[in-house]
Design a protein around this ligand. Structure first.
Ligand code: DAH
Length: 340
């Protein structure tokens, strides 16, 4: 009974200031090796007539120790300083900032959509190509100087393989697989071994268009491209075609649109001409049709290839192509699809 009194006094005097004190308390009074536990196991050795009273006292003490422990534990937990978001699970979450689509992606989607509205289908193909699809099938004869029009990245060990220099490769791939009528639009990345400046990059994007059917004329091409220019840059946009040369089209042309920055008055972007070049086009050369297994006596068609960066710079009035590849968040955050 003396030990019971002693332990009772110890419990009453015990100071709990921190979680570590709680651990000490548990070891001292509640663990298997504690004095209190020893008392409990001695109940059976107490003479029968005192056993009941002794047992009650020891059990009361045990309850008291446990109650003290629970109470102090709660108090320590309640007083713990608020840490992190776990303290209030009902608090509204911090908003996660969404990224925005890359301006080049926004532009490619928009061009595809404009052409899809008049029945074109979008197709894609490989960035790494063979000589046949980049040059030979497109009427660039071997050793022909026209191959130098585009500075090509070749693969050293395999001279037949290169990074495609234009998306015209997809004209070939499409015609090899399908007979006319063909109406496709082909967006993609292209590569040229060029010095990087504010106007040129070694990686950029093009969009190829191809329309093959019976009796397709130059006038069909002109109307299609005029529709596109007005949809993209506004109803008042004018276009003009200048004669040009590409091995895969005959006749060939380059198309300018009236400068939408100065409205045709003349500014730095249009080099004070009022016009900006946006694409190359022409009637598909019969040699190309035949190379791809299409009867050039029965079918004719037109093709065009436009530069996506060029158009994006024009539309968003930016003057340095490198901005599109540096991925500076401050630049990219200015573009959302909604702005178009
Ligand atoms: N492939 C040409 C280039 O990269 C662009 C081009 C011009 C594509 C005329 C065409 C076309 O389909 O008809 O410079």
């Amino acid at each position: 009974m003396d030990t019971i009194d002693k332990i009772t006094a110890e419990i009453e005097a015990f100071k709990v200031n921190a979680a570590a004190d709680l651990d000490n308390f548990r070891l001292k009074f509640l663990s298997k090796k504690s004095e209190l536990q020893t008392l409990l196991s001695e109940i059976k050795n107490v003479p029968a007539e005192q056993r009941k009273a002794f047992g009650q006292q020891v059990n009361l003490l045990k309850q008291k120790a446990q109650a003290f422990f629970d109470e102090q534990k709660q108090r320590i937990e309640d007083a713990a300083p608020a840490t992190g978001s776990l303290t209030d699970p009902t608090r509204p979450a911090t908003a996660v900032k969404l990224g925005s689509r890359h301006p080049i992606s926004i532009m490619m989607d928009e061009v595809c959509e404009i052409f899809e509205r008049i029945g074109f289908t979008t197709v894609a193909g490989p960035d790494i190509e063979d000589d046949w699809h980049i040059f030979t099938a497109l009427n660039f004869p071997e050793e022909h100087p026209a191959r130098d029009m585009q500075d090509t990245f070749f693969i050293d060990q395999k001279p037949d393989i290169a990074l495609r220099t234009h998306t015209s490769t997809l004209q070939v791939r499409t015609m090899e697989k399908h007979q006319p009528p063909i109406r496709v639009i082909c967006p993609g990345r292209v590569f040229r071994n060029e010095a990087i400046t504010s106007r040129a990059h070694c990686i950029f994007h093009q969009m190829e268009g191809l329309y093959i059917d019976e009796n397709v004329s130059f006038a069909d091409m002109k109307q299609t491209l005029m529709y596109f220019a007005k949809q993209m840059f506004g109803e008042n946009t004018r276009i003009r075609l200048r004669p040009s040369y590409f091995p895969f089209t005959e006749p060939s042309a380059e198309m300018d649109v009236s400068c939408n920055i100065c409205g045709g008055e003349g500014c730095a972007l249009c080099k004070h001409t009022g016009w900006v070049e946006i694409l190359g086009c022409g009637m598909v050369d019969p040699n190309v049709l035949e190379n791809c297994g299409i009867d050039s006596k029965k079918y004719s068609g037109f093709a065009f290839g436009l530069g996506i960066e060029r158009m994006t710079m024009l539309k968003y009035k930016t003057n340095d192509i490198r901005l599109y590849f540096e991925n500076d968040a401050r630049f990219l955050q200015q573009f959302t699809a909604a702005k178009l």
